[in-house]
Design a protein around this ligand. Structure first.
Ligand code: CA
Ligand code: CA
Length: 116
């Protein structure tokens, strides 16, 4: 059973997460905050420097944020929209926009961080 401090921390984190999420979904936050941040992440993850992520680069960056190799591989197949074996900046950003704005549970972007 979680102690009082853990319960308070969890409650405050939930409150913070709710406020952050509300702020991102409103106020054009996806374009102003989420897109530039994840464009930078794609740049960092693109070890080969070809402007796209291959499966290995994608699995590696997703592992850094706690996504399992199995889930990352599953996600890679979903957001590689043209099926050419690499995720371009456009495919990456489209998936992020779907993640933040689409209510369709089958939208590829809604599997961005693995299976739920
Ligand atoms: Ca690459
Ligand atoms: Ca592709």
């Amino acid at each position: 059973m979680a102690g009082v401090l853990e319960q308070k921390a969890e409650h405050r984190f939930d409150k913070y997460r709710g406020a952050l999420e509300g702020n991102i979904r409103g106020n054009n936050g996806v374009e102003a905050v989420v897109v530039p941040f994840w464009e930078a992440i794609l740049d960092l993850a693109d070890e080969s420097g070809d402007g796209a992520l291959d499966a290995s680069e994608f699995v590696q960056i997703m592992a850094a944020i706690g996504v399992s190799e199995g889930d990352a591989t599953y996600t890679f197949g979903n957001i590689d929209a043209d099926g050419n074996g690499e995720i371009t900046t456009d495919e990456w950003l489209e998936a992020l926009r779907q993640f933040w704005t689409s209510t369709d549970p089958d939208a590829p972007g809604n599997t961005l961080f693995g299976r739920y």
